[in-house]
Design a protein around this ligand. Structure first.
Ligand code: PRP
Ligand code: URA
Length: 207
């Protein structure tokens, strides 16, 4: 199920990122800021348990997040730009790395690196992939995290095409998806319209 995050701060930042006049430096900063907002939304329903503590006024049973520390799993390269912001919101998270690129001819994802923390069977994984275009990359990233035994998986993205949301939901109906906006469509090269261009190139200055 996809949650479209209609938060004014997220929408404002996304507009700045879409603007072709936004510098590489500002794009990176905004992506980090949006990462924190995405992490906040994607963890709204985390299970809580209670811990006995003493405030300066006396004892109480206070809520803390239950279970093992969760795992942020960026799809490289572009997903890397979300990680620091997500860590601002979830400082103790562990990090997996999913090296993927989209073949320019076939648009199929090609994997070149994969690494996860230990004990994935006890961790929720949040796949961070800014762009869900065909969603081939996100679908593959979720497959890899499931194969690694993740206790549960969710996806955090900036922007999606309707085709990408539909494909991801069809491939992984059990995986919650959090996205700031859904655009009109894909072009014939698999880019989101109106979109923001190539998220990797825009944050790393490689275009
Ligand atoms: C981009 C983007 C997504 C993917 C989305 O990665 O970062 O991971 O495309 O497209 P899809 O939904 O059709 O799979 P890209 O292959 O350009 O690699 P990069 O992140 O290294 O730039
Ligand atoms: N990847 C991007 O970075 N942008 C798109 O529009 C599609 C895929």
């Amino acid at each position: 199920m996809a949650t479209i995050i209609n938060h004014p701060l997220a929408l404002h930042k996304l507009t700045l990122m879409r603007d072709e006049g936004t510098s590489t430096q500002d794009f990176r900063r905004l992506l980090r800021e949006v990462g924190a907002l995405l992490a906040y939304e994607a963890t709204r329903d985390l299970p809580l348990t209670e811990r006995a503590i003493n405030t300066p006024m006396g004892p109480m049973n206070a809520p803390v997040i239950a279970g093992k520390k969760l795992c942020i799993a960026p799809a490289l390269r572009a997903g890397l730009g979300l990680v620091d912001g997500m860590l601002d919101a979830i400082p103790a998270a562990r990090i997996a790395h999913i090296g993927l690129y989209r073949d320019h001819e076939t648009l199929e994802p090609v994997r070149y690196y994969f690494n996860t923390p230990e004990a994935m069977t006890e961790r929720m994984a949040i796949v961070a992939d800014p762009m869900l275009a065909t969603a081939g990359s996100a679908i593959a990233a979720v497959n890899y995290m499931k194969d690694a035994g993740a206790a549960s998986v969710r996806v955090a993205a900036l922007l999606a095409a309707p085709e990408g949301i539909a494909a991801l939901e069809a491939a992984h109906p059990d995986v919650p998806v959090f996205v700031i906006a859904v655009d009109e469509r894909l072009n014939d090269k698999g880019y989101i319209l109106p979109g923001l261009g190539d998220a990797g190139d825009r944050q790393f200055g490689t275009a």
